[in-house]
Design a protein around this ligand. Structure first.
Ligand code: GLY
Length: 333
């Protein structure tokens, strides 16, 4: 019997709306949806939710990484089971990156997929977690269980940013700078000269990410450019037992991953301008060991993101035994 090919396509489009005040509009437009929200959001936002949305349709989620767990998922599933959900019942996720990850995962598997709307409330979630469809919960390792399930709608309201600490803003800017220096010299220059307002910066960062995920949703190739600063940054995070924020570790990671001195100087000046960089000490041997542990797999190589010049980076497969040549000692950073 001949082989049979089953050609499957699935239409996936994300509509990203950027508008200061969009949250208020969303409360009206998505009044009948199920809202899953971070219970640690500032009280004004919780009050607005409570005043507009039926309490049965509100599911409060604990803040941060603890919600991205089997227990967190079970809590969501139990609430969904208690409601009269049909496959066309939309879920709205309102919160930061961790909330977007777990709510998106729940939406991707409940009834084999519910319509998903994300309203990110941190700069980092606006430019990263909410766009591109990566969903996740943690096992003993971060983001080990997940799916690719892009939101149908992402609503960006920069009003949320007025409530964030400078440290949380810096986390988002770290990722924005990462996208600018690897993919867009013009955006880098605009950041250096403070030429754009925050909505324009967010819009341009999302466009950069969109262009990547449209080509490589499932992270087989070019999407790995988004890992610039993350190979070393993640290892730094783990080595210090998550005592330093992801954004701060990625800022150090980006500097570690750039070899060329003038390029490193320019990158550092930009990270300093947005208060993203503060030194995090490390011991090179321990960092190398951690990276190799993170990458535990049969493959003896990893994908290194080589920043060639501002606005252009390339992927390079390097053998793990050569990794030491790519990473400076802390004193050389
Ligand atoms: N945060 C990296 C990615 O979306 O691929």
């Amino acid at each position: 019997m001949a082989d049979i090919t089953v050609s499957l396509t699935r239409s996936m489009t994300t509509d990203v709306q950027i508008n200061n005040g969009a949250f208020e509009n969303a409360l009206v437009a998505h009044k009948e949806s199920l809202w899953m929200y971070d219970i640690s959001l500032p009280s004004a936002f919780i009050k607005a939710l409570n005043s507009q949305i039926d309490p049965d349709h509100l599911i409060g989620i604990a803040p941060g990484e603890p919600a991205k767990s089997w227990d967190g998922l079970q809590t969501i599933m139990t609430r969904l089971d208690a409601l009269d959900i049909t496959p066309d019942t939309p879920v709205v996720g309102l919160g930061g990156g961790a909330l977007c990850d777990v709510v998106s995962f729940a939406a991707s598997v409940y009834l084999r997929g519910l319509p998903l709307v994300l309203i990110p409330t941190t700069l980092l979630a606006m430019v990263d977690a909410s766009v591109g469809g990566k969903t996740a919960i943690n096992t003993t390792a971060k983001n080990r269980v997940g799916s690719f399930y892009p939101a149908q709608t992402v609503i960006i309201d920069s009003h949320f940013l007025t409530t964030l600490s400078p440290e949380r803003m810096a986390e988002g800017f770290s990722e924005i700078i990462k996208m600018a220096v690897t993919m867009d010299a013009t955006l880098t220059e605009a950041l250096e000269t403070n030429a754009l307002d925050i909505d324009a910066i967010i819009g341009q960062a999302i466009q950069l990410k969109a262009a990547i995920v449209e080509k490589d949703l499932t992270d087989q190739g070019i999407r790995r450019l988004l890992n610039f600063g993350h190979t070393t940054g993640h290892a730094l995070e783990t080595l210090h037992d998550y005592a330093f924020s992801h954004g701060r570790c990625v800022a150090s990671g980006m500097l570690m991953e750039v070899a060329d001195p003038p390029l490193k100087k320019r990158l550092k000046a930009l990270l300093d301008m947005y208060e993203c960089y503060a030194p995090i000490p490390y011991e090179k041997a321990a960092l190398l060991e951690q990276i190799k542990t993170d990458k535990k797999r049969s493959k003896q190589t990893l994908t290194w993101i080589h920043l060639r010049r501002i606005g252009h980076a390339e992927l390079e497969e390097i053998v793990l035994t050569d990794l030491a040549q790519y990473i400076p000692r802390y004193e050389e950073l």
